[in-house]
Design a protein around this ligand. Sequence first.
Ligand SMILES: [Zn+2]
Length: 80
Amino acid sequence: MIDEDPSDEDLDRFAGEIGYCPDCGEEVWDEAYQCPHCESVIEGRIGHAPVDRAASLLSAKTVIVLVGLIVIILVLMQIR
Ligand SMILES: [Zn+2]
């Protein structure tokens, strides 16, 4: 490995081998051993499609639904 500022060649190489961290969904080099964003070891688990984005969207929806349920329960408890 060459420890220099990223040259155009490096940027092209990086752009050609982009992957997505299976844990945090951030873009990573697809041959990276460790995710630079969440620091989990991702070697061999890197996906090439941003599937985690859909998963996090789903969990955000789940959180909204749960918060809505809690609010409804609180309102019902106050009525009683
Ligand atoms: Zn990560």
